[in-house]
Design a protein around this ligand. Structure first.
Ligand code: GUN
Ligand code: FE
Length: 438
């Protein structure tokens, strides 16, 4: 077992917070972690307990069990367009994204893609995600339904947008509010599901629409707000032109009351000092999406600054601008983004952002993110050496930090042996087709 015991305020604190149990035992009951410790100690406990007979034991020796990965920014209706060639953000939206998202007016299509999407999360070891739907309420109904079937912890919302997109994807602020309200009533706080108000970004939002978002946020304070911020320089100029009255991009959201706890901003690549300060002062969250930022040529995220400014940050794959569902691959790209700015992202820091840090970014660290007793039993069983190259490299790595770093350098979905959601096996790699979900 490997996890980080508690949230930290800087990467230098991580080493002391690492929990590593080479030969351990985890006891679970009713979807929650009851106990984690050394196998010897656990075995002695079990022997003493009369209820041992009813216990089911799964043996994962030689594997590495880590908390389920948390993806803090992903678009489920862009799964089918990963690898859309040749454009940067604004053209990419027009040429690929908007046509793709139009297909989600069909509830059957949304259902099929929801199943596929959730199975991709599980086979990559992601157990919680903050997800964009499309403008169509049926897209989010389909996704929540699939997540509820396995009692997954998921946060999602329908896109709200009323300008600068094809007519088929536009709505009025009134319709947007009514549809959003109905979805909140249907899904928010049902099982482990939460709702996120999801205005796409400033350029597709009128002031009237943002006003509706503000009112909903006031009415439902524990609902999330999830949007994009400062991703691409052409986007930045566009926002400046559109909103000369605002001090900067973030101010468009801030003046509409859309900063603060549970407000999650994807990207944040080109912020000025006052924007960093505003995110910090309002305790807003950033989703760092390295594969997307590199794929769309958007820019390099300044992770170091989030420590300096004490800003909550999680990892996002941002599929379909992001190029993988896999968190290990995402962490490697985060490391490279660091290298280009002379920032050294350690394996401990990388895994922290992907687990407990991500949970904290979503204000869920009291429920998920590590193996503390009482937390929800969402975790991944990783198999560190599946390829000849991984095996070779593993024999040459000594410390835990080195082993984890090699795993994020060479790893991918093949290393996910199985995934548990709510204490139940939800995916096993070697079952039947190899991509099956229980
Ligand atoms: N900005 C507005 N919409 C999107 C989107 O769908 N993907 C990304 N990466 N950025 C956006
Ligand atoms: Fe995105």
């Amino acid at each position: 077992f490997f996890d980080i015991r508690q949230p930290v305020t800087g990467p230098e604190e991580l080493e002391a917070s690492v929990r590593y149990i080479e030969d351990g035992l985890m006891l679970m009951s009713g979807g929650h972690i009851v106990w984690l410790g050394e196998w010897r100690e656990g075995e002695a406990r079990l022997a003493g307990a009369s209820k041992t007979a009813g216990l089911e034991i799964d043996d994962y020796r030689d594997k590495l069990i880590v908390p389920g990965f948390v993806d803090t920014h992903i678009h489920y209706p862009q799964t089918e367009m990963i690898g859309a060639y040749g454009e940067q953000l604004l053209e990419w939206l027009t040429r690929y994204t908007f046509p793709t998202e139009q297909q989600y007016h069909c509830a059957d299509y949304a259902k099929r893609m929801s199943k596929f999407f959730i199975s991709q999360l599980l086979l990559n070891g992601t157990t919680t995600a903050l997800v964009f739907g499309t403008v169509h309420p049926q897209s989010v109904d389909a996704l929540f339904k699939e997540a509820s079937d396995i009692n997954m912890r998921l946060v999602a919302g329908k896109v709200m947008m009323d300008k600068n997109a094809p007519d088929a994807l536009l709505e009025t602020p009134e319709q947007s509010e009514a549809d959003t309200r109905a979805l909140i009533a249907r899904w928010h706080n049902r099982q482990r599901l939460s709702y996120a108000l999801t205005p796409r970004f400033a350029p597709t939002s009128s002031p009237e629409l943002l006003q509706k978002v503000r009112l909903l946020k006031q009415e439902f304070p524990d609902v999330y707000m999830h949007t994009h911020l400062s991703e691409n320089v052409a986007e930045l100029s566009w926002v400046k032109e559109m909103h000369p009255e605002h001090q900067h991009y973030l101010d468009v959201y801030h003046q509409h009351g859309l900063t603060g706890e549970r407000c999650v901003f994807a990207h944040c690549l080109h912020l000025d000092d006052s924007e960093w300060d505003c995110l910090s002062e309002t305790d807003s969250t950033i989703a760092f999406c390295p594969t997307s930022n590199l794929f769309l040529g958007s820019g390099l995220f300044n992770l170091q600054k989030t420590w300096q400014k004490k800003i909550r940050v999680g990892m996002g794959t941002d599929v379909g601008a992001g190029t993988t569902f896999n968190m290990l691959q995402t962490l490697l790209e985060a490391y490279k983004v660091g290298q280009l700015q002379r920032y050294r992202l350690s394996a401990f820091e990388a895994f922290y952002h992907a687990t407990l840090g991500g949970a904290r970014a979503l204000h869920l660290d009291d429920k998920i993110g590590n193996f503390d007793a009482g937390k929800e039993a969402d975790f991944v069983v990783l198999e560190p050496g599946v390829s000849a190259l991984q095996k070779l490299r593993a024999t040459n790595s000594k410390t835990l930090a080195e082993k984890l770093f090699v795993l994020m350098t060479l790893g991918d979905d093949r290393n996910v042996y199985c995934t548990y959601i709510d204490g139940e096996l939800a995916y096993a790699r070697d079952e039947l087709s190899g991509e099956s979900c229980a």
